[in-house]
Design a protein around this ligand. Structure first.
Ligand code: SF4
Length: 168
């Protein structure tokens, strides 16, 4: 299935992906309402991209007691049914990539823009590429584990949370 391949080493930290995401989904350029997040690791001088991987074993789906998060059997994508979501935040805690966030009464969740993601279109550095990928592949699991570890390390040092500053 077509998914976003993340090459964080190519990321310039421009955050155009965040702007495009919030504009398309929310009608405004607000990085706080984006479904993709870019963090700057000041200690090592690199960027970390947190975006939903539509995992083969999604922790968010398992954590939701209300059945609001599910995998679409037709597309294979993990999505949220906002009619069922009560905004309890259990999925936000469960996601190892800290990509889910709450906005008003429901969670913000990447829907891959229906298969043609805007973040990929505006990423000119090659950090985000749409590719035919297996969500359950070892490479995909490794990406999730490494990104999760990196996020935890940054949070442990108190340095990560800093969202990347545009380098443009
Ligand atoms: S658009 Fe690409 S290069 Fe710019 S912050 Fe997003 S992932 Fe990084």
């Amino acid at each position: 299935m077509q998914l976003i391949e993340v090459q964080a080493g190519n990321c310039t930290g421009c955050r155009l992906c965040e702007m495009a995401c919030s504009l398309v989904h929310e009608g405004e350029c607000s990085t706080a309402r984006s479904r993709i997040r870019v963090f700057r690791d000041e200690e090592f001088g690199n960027n970390l991209i947190s975006v939903c991987l539509h995992c083969a074993d999604p922790c968010c789906v398992e954590s939701c007691l209300y059945g609001a998060l599910n995998r679409d059997s037709a597309t294979g994508l993990v999505g949220v049914d906002t009619r069922l979501c009560i905004g309890c935040g259990d999925c936000i805690v469960a996601c190892p990539l800290s990509i889910l966030d709450k906005d008003r009464a429901t969670v913000l969740k990447c829907d891959l823009c229906g298969g043609d993601p805007e973040c990929v279109k505006v990423c000119f550095s090659g950090a985000l590429v749409l590719k035919d990928l297996d969500p359950g592949s070892p490479a995909r699991k490794s990406l999730r584990d490494k990104t999760s570890q990196h996020l935890q390390q940054m949070q442990g040092t108190g340095k990560p949370g800093s969202r990347a500053t545009s380098s443009l």
